[in-house]
Design a protein around this ligand. Sequence first.
Ligand SMILES: Cc1ncc(COP(=O)(O)O)c(C=O)c1O
Length: 381
Amino acid sequence: MTSTPVKTRVPFFMHDLGQAELDAVAEVLRNPILTTGEWVARFESLFADRLGARHAVGVTSCTGALHLSLVALGIGPGDEVITTPLTFIATATSIIEAGATPVFVDVEPETGNLNADRVEAAITDRTRAIMPVHLYGQMCDMRQLRLIADRHQLFIVEDSAHCVEGTRDGVRAGQLGDTACFSFYATKNLTCGEGGALVTNDDSLAEKLRLLRLHGMNKNANDRHREGYKHWDMTMLGWKYNMDNIQAALLLPQMDRLEENWRRRKDLASYYEQRLSDIPNLSRPATLTDVEHAWHLFPVWIGNGRRDRVIQELHNEGVSVMVNYRAIHLLTYLRETFGFRPGDFPVAESIGDASLSLPFYPNMPREHADRVVTKLREALD
Ligand SMILES: Cc1ncc(COP(=O)(O)O)c(C=O)c1O
């Protein structure tokens, strides 16, 4: 592990892409097919295996994966999808892009995850799906959500942007959902800058999703390269969400480091937990006992309206932090479009007003973690 001088700025995240990824991309560049082709198929196969799913479909973002999932499941105008307000906006915007309406349900105070106990009360005649978000890398209660979904004949589309590796009560992402959607955005545990995938165990849904990710065309450039030109048909109205070989080449070598990087993040989380334990007025989301946490983010919760001052002080001291997330129902567009008001989802609002994510990535030098803790302690004094 490289050690960085203490005086440099502590970055929020640093990827670990290197020679293996350069070599993999160079190999793609020596071939004619830059777009969706063999590298994508190889990545999809490895990713599906890691998730224990029958199919993985590579796309250009998690947002696209969420949107396509809803469209493929036939969810659109007039339908409602139940989700959490404590998430990135893409969870809700994918529902809106599909033409449906997001219906928020408040979150659990201990974890920040969608409160499964409150979901049933939000179901109406128009509800078609539940979209849980495995926030920070800790899975929602998928067993309970599946029971509720089955009772009311609803689909489940998992927003698993934060959780590739995690499990809860032995259940992985994608195991009980109709689809689970993943992000390979620049700061994610697997990254190709921008990218995403979804997994599903439903053969016909997977086939439909493969068509929908590329205009609804029944042949792609790679097929033309392999088979020679054959006339293709457009069999449904799709989008342009297909992952390309360059993105897949960047992701493939990272699959070999997935477990090791997860272990490193677990170690860093334990280190932070131990070093932060005696700081007063600082709380953290609980990790539930039946959970194997994927550790995508490491948030702390700083209440009493002090969070934003602490962000500024940390910034002044060279420590980069983020907020994941302020409750999204109070963002201007959602508030004005759906008439949400402060107080609608008080638990999400209070976590959203307190949350601050500390720098966190597998190869983070321990002296950087020490500096984060010292500066956080000083800011809270
Ligand atoms: C919870 C959550 N959902 C969805 C997304 C969207 O992912 P992408 O940027 O790959 O579209 C993100 C990205 O940050 C996220 O954190």
